[in-house]
Design a protein around this ligand. Structure first.
Ligand SMILES: Nc1ncnc2c1ncn2[C@@H]1O[C@H](COP(=O)(O)OP(=O)(O)OP(=O)(O)O)[C@@H](O)[C@H]1O
Length: 309
């Protein structure tokens, strides 16, 4: 592995620093190189290349918005006998605490970036340059992403769609339920979903959804800070409804009141927010059921039942 990394990173120095960071999905390790410190995630699953290509594309897109700090992606490398390694900039991080409110503001700026690009285009202005070597993000009026991204290790269908409700229903909820059907053939899930589908339009009757670039997996374990401000990492980006981002944030803790008030100062809650948030959380419960097994069945079915009330 070391000789492969030396060759791929074009470095004669490659020293571990003792900083290791394993998540639920991959093994992580920081190395000193001729070009500075890098953080390398390694995963030996067959799907690792796809997963890391999606993470690289996500970090690249967020970086280009210049709104919230992410590690700079460097490259994805195939490793033998199977799997891949993802090399990115190493960032010293500590738990998010002092910069919670700043993360709220910056996340709202990330979510508004695509809309602001449109407003700039409408004014006929040139878009502002973002530094050498960084091409601009283009405005999109569709939902999706140019490549597959993985929330966990399950690939998400990101095919472009002009209708958010259709995109989310088919590519997110239905996709997860198809995997559950395949592995568990759960009759209750099937029945609840057939009832719930009829109720989806009413969840969206009071809101206009515009495509926003999302981190896509913003749970408490994927946010941190350094002296200068907040950091987010391990994204599974796509253009979607900004409210979707807050769904997983609310499921496992890690975000204080100051984060939410700063966010909603910029993007206020639209009517029907709370019920839609539950619908968006359903995706994450189902995704957890598919990743970690039936421990998440009860919560998945519970959310479906509460949405039917
Ligand atoms: N660029 C980085 N620089 C330094 N440390 C990092 C960097 N990226 C991640 N880490 C550390 O490694 C840990 C795991 O990273 P990450 O969440 O990306 O892994 P993962 O296996 O994809 O995780 P999970 O699916 O559990 O969220 C983080 O909690 C953090 O401590």
């Amino acid at each position: 592995m070391e000789s492969l990394l030396k060759k791929e990173l074009n470095t004669s120095t490659l020293k571990t620093t003792g900083h290791a960071g394993g998540g639920c999905i991959s093994e992580g390790q920081t190395y000193e190189t001729d070009h500075g410190r890098v953080f390398v995630k390694i995963n030996h699953k067959n799907e690792a290349r796809k997963m890391f290509d999606g993470e690289l594309a996500s970090l690249d897109a967020i970086l280009k918005t210049n709104t919230v700090k992410v590690p700079k992606p460097i490259k994805v490398i195939d490793v033998s006998p199977g799997g891949a390694a993802f090399v990115m900039e190493h960032l010293d991080m500590r738990s998010l605490h002092r910069h919670s409110a700043k993360l709220g503001e910056q996340l709202a700026d990330l979510h508004l970036h695509n809309l602001r690009l449109k407003q700039t285009l409408q004014k006929g202005e040139q878009t502002v340059g973002q530094g050498p070597g960084q091409s601009q993000l283009q405005h999109t009026d569709k939902f999706g992403f140019h490549t597959v991204t993985c929330c966990g290790f399950i690939p998400q269908v990101n095919d472009w769609h002009s209708d958010w409700v259709a995109f989310f229903t088919q590519h997110r909820i239905q996709h997860q339920l198809d995997l559950i059907e395949k592995d568990y053939g759960d009759q209750q899930a099937r029945e609840l979903w057939s009832e719930l589908q009829l109720r989806i339009p009413e969840l969206f009757q009071d809101v206009e959804v515009v495509p926003a670039l999302l981190h896509g997996d913003l749970w408490g374990g994927n946010v941190a800070e350094n002296e200068a401000g907040p950091i987010i990492f391990d994204p599974a980006s796509f253009y979607g409804h900004s409210e979707f981002e807050l769904a997983i944030a609310g499921m496992f803790g890690g975000f204080s009141g100051s984060f939410y008030s700063a966010y909603h100062k910029v993007i206020p809650k639209a009517p029907g927010f709370d019920k839609r948030l539950k619908f968006y959380q359903l995706f994450h419960y189902l995704n957890h059921w598919n990743h970690f097994g039936t421990g998440y069945r009860g919560s998945s079915l519970g959310v479906m039942r509460s949405l039917l009330k």
